[in-house]
Design a protein around this ligand. Structure first.
Ligand SMILES: CC(C)(COP(=O)(O)OP(=O)(O)OC[C@H]1O[C@@H](n2cnc3c(N)ncnc32)[C@H](O)[C@@H]1OP(=O)(O)O)[C@@H](O)C(=O)NCCC(=O)NCCS
Length: 288
């Protein structure tokens, strides 16, 4: 049975998600268990799910079998831009059309949306579902590793952002992706994310850092590069990542390589309808 999600489903969602992604790692031939997320990352992930359930209840769907949560889909809708934050199904019930029905329910929430965005996993079943649902798939890399701090160049004109910069951030999001992040950005800032800004003359942009660079949006590639360097340098020591590097984001691939990070495949960015140019732009993987 597929029905609208309720708050009581959330503990079951954590378990079904863990099972689905552990199985996906096996199917993709990845050895070892998935690194367990740092407590703070877990806290952010749970807060995103709770906020989506509060603000986008009509985009949140649960599949139940024998009263147990076996899968979910969760989508958000902001300023006419729809995004998918969650889709999974426990392995035992995959391949029976349930995932596709969960996705259809979440997509119906975006019925009037002008654009739709999601970051797929590398699961062939997931990519198939998205392609058949009308999304264009844009292959992508991710970069990960220890930042080579001595490679970080001096950048000028970048400064920390505050509440007075949120209008600029919203304008940049609207220009790049057709809609602002609104309450999602506020949630991340409330959970300790930091914003860095360039606003000198026509060169404008922002980077959001939460343990690692999460979003970069700018008017031009040079501005985006300065912001990505800052976002990397402001990330805590340890493993950092730069996610969803598409073919038209060579500026970010260039920074990632010069920063000493390693490139590897990640799932495609999937777009449907009008999602802006998305360039130069690095999307949040869940809130795009
Ligand atoms: C993605 C996921 C939710 C899909 O759910 P599902 O119930 O297994 O999917 P469905 O049965 O509805 O359909 C999946 C499609 O993949 C196809 N498929 C099945 N096995 C496949 C394989 N090995 N390779 C490619 N396609 C495959 C199915 O035939 C179906 O396509 P069709 O409708 O054209 O026949 C589920 O597989 C999952 O949880 N995967 C792991 C977590 C994940 O990656 N989530 C996506 C995050 S973005």
């Amino acid at each position: 049975m597929i029905r609208p999600m309720v708050a009581d489903d959330l503990p079951g969602l954590v378990n079904s998600s863990t099972a689905a992604f552990a199985n996906l790692r096996q199917r993709l031939g990845l050895t070892g268990s998935a690194p367990s997320p740092a407590p703070r990352r877990k806290e952010v992930g749970e807060a995103i799910v709770r906020q989506l359930l509060d603000l986008d209840a009509a985009g949140a769907w649960t599949a139940l079998i024998d009263n147990s949560v076996v899968g979910v889909a969760m989508a958000g809708l902001r300023e006419g831009l729809w995004f998918l934050a969650q889709l999974h199904l426990v392995p035992a019930y995959q391949g029976r059309g349930i995932g596709r029905r969960l996705l259809e329910a979440a997509i119906a929430y975006g019925g009037q949306a002008k654009g739709m965005l999601l970051h797929s996993s590398l699961d062939p079943q997931a990519m198939r579902c998205y392609q058949r649902a009308g999304f264009a798939l844009e292959p992508a890399l991710q970069a990960a590793g220890q930042l080579r701090r001595r490679a970080v160049p001096a950048v000028s004109g970048v400064h920390p952002g505050g509440p007075e910069h949120l209008d600029l951030v919203a304008d940049l999001d609207r220009a790049q992706r057709g809609g602002a992040h609104g309450p999602d950005l506020e949630l991340l800032l409330g959970l300790g994310a930091e914003v860095f800004i360039i606003d000198s003359g026509p060169h404008r942009g922002y980077a959001l850092v939460q343990d690692e660079p999460r979003i970069v949006a700018a008017t031009d590639a040079a501005t985006a590069q300065a912001l990505l360097w800052t976002a990397l340098a402001e990330s805590p020591d340890g493993e950092v990542g730069v996610q969803v590097l598409r073919a038209d984001q060579q500026w970010a691939i260039d920074v990632s390589v010069r920063a000493g990070l390693q490139l590897r495949p990640t799932g495609p960015l999937c777009r449907r309808g009008d999602t802006g140019t998305l360039a130069p732009y690095l999307p949040h993987t869940a809130l795009l």
